[in-house]
Design a protein around this ligand. Structure first.
Ligand SMILES: NC(=O)c1ccc[n+]([C@@H]2O[C@H](COP(=O)([O-])OP(=O)(O)OC[C@H]3O[C@@H](n4cnc5c(N)ncnc54)[C@H](OP(=O)(O)O)[C@@H]3O)[C@@H](O)[C@H]2O)c1
Length: 305
């Protein structure tokens, strides 16, 4: 094959930005589908616009594309989960996937693979003794049901004969934003505290490993189906906070922030940070994927140290 052409929806976001760079450096032609062409940030990439509610896509984005990576979606942890926000969270992921498929079918083009994000929220906001695997069903709560319909929309590509990989992603650790930035905000005040009872698990993955996984999905045709994109090390929120404190010499760990306060501040979204179970990375490792950052210590040394 000549140059691989990869289209990334939501390629301007946290994961998309680092992934675009990796793919460009690997010699791919990177196309980014964004709600606004004004989001153009880098001359190395080709930018195209779409408008999901209006069912519009610049068709040039899809022509001859080999791989479609679907990352677009309204931020899940950015605003309180009102009914309107919940609908936006779902529609921006599901309607966008369905629109992509519809437009690909209209131009009669079948990419080699569709690779989509999903989240470990699939297993629900619950703290339990279970180590969840890809065979477990979704949990019946907002995130569990959102991830289910999100994945179902991605699986429509598979039903139409396009190889499909879904990465059920844990908390992505990056220097550039996301959860780690939010967790580190209190360090400016030189303290850190675990949330609630601190016993909830926080399945995580370093952004470098996640981007390598997307590359792996492009390079390995047999890497299809659903995979938990999390590192094998299981850490609780308390352990995570302790590890962060170690990286900030001037910070101290203060008593946990009570659940009640988080519920008042975040509303139902507090479930996301107050609950969490372990998630297995075995299927990924059995598929031959090697993590560069397999312990939180290594990951934080790289990102903060
Ligand atoms: N980061 C994590 O910890 C994490 C964990 C698990 C799963 N994920 C999932 O992985 C995907 C990428 O994550 P990320 O952290 O890179 O997200 P992000 O930084 O929020 O970027 C997502 C991108 O989606 C696009 N977008 C936002 N609202 C949209 C809408 N209404 N319609 C269409 N596109 C919209 C935006 O691109 P434009 O402004 O250019 O349109 C944005 O840059 C998301 O689906 C996320 O839920 C992330």
């Amino acid at each position: 094959m000549d140059k691989k052409i990869v289209l990334i929806t939501g390629g301007t976001g946290l994961i998309g930005t680092q992934l675009s760079k990796l793919l460009f450096d690997k010699g791919c032609q990177v196309r980014i589908l964004s709600r606004s062409k004004n989001n153009k940030k880098n001359n190395n990439y080709h930018y195209y616009a779409w408008n999901v509610p209006k069912k519009e896509i610049d068709i040039a984005a899809l022509k001859n594309v080999h791989y479609v990576i679907h990352l677009a979606g309204v931020g899940i942890a950015e605003n309180r989960w009102t009914a309107t926000r919940k609908k936006q969270i779902i529609d921006s992921r599901v309607d966008s996937a369905l629109l992509l498929l519809e437009k690909l079918q209209q131009i009669n083009h079948r990419p080699l693979k569709f690779i989509a994000a999903s989240g470990i929220g699939f297993y629900g906001a619950v703290t339990s003794d279970t180590i969840f695997t890809e065979k477990d069903p979704n949990y019946d709560d907002f995130l569990g049901n959102t991830c289910k319909v999100w994945e179902q929309s991605s699986l429509k590509f598979e039903e139409s004969g396009i190889k499909t990989t879904i990465l059920r992603t844990g908390i992505v650790l990056s220097k550039e934003g996301g959860a780690l930035e939010k967790l580190r905000q209190t360090f400016k005040l030189r303290f850190a505290a675990a949330l609630g009872n601190g016993q909830q698990y926080m399945p995580w993955i370093h952004i470098t490993d996640l981007c390598q996984l997307y590359l792996h999905a492009i390079e390995d045709t047999a890497f299809i189906g659903i995979y938990n994109a999390v590192t094998s090390e299981h850490v609780t929120n308390y352990e995570f906070t302790k590890a962060l404190v170690k990286q900030h010499k001037n910070a101290v760990q203060i008593p946990n922030i009570p659940s009640m306060i988080l519920k008042i501040v975040l509303g139902t979204m507090s479930e996301m940070v107050l609950q969490g179970s372990r998630v297995s990375s075995k299927k990924l490792e059995d598929a031959g994927f090697k993590f560069r950052y397999n312990t939180l210590k290594k990951a934080l040394e790289d990102l903060i140290g």
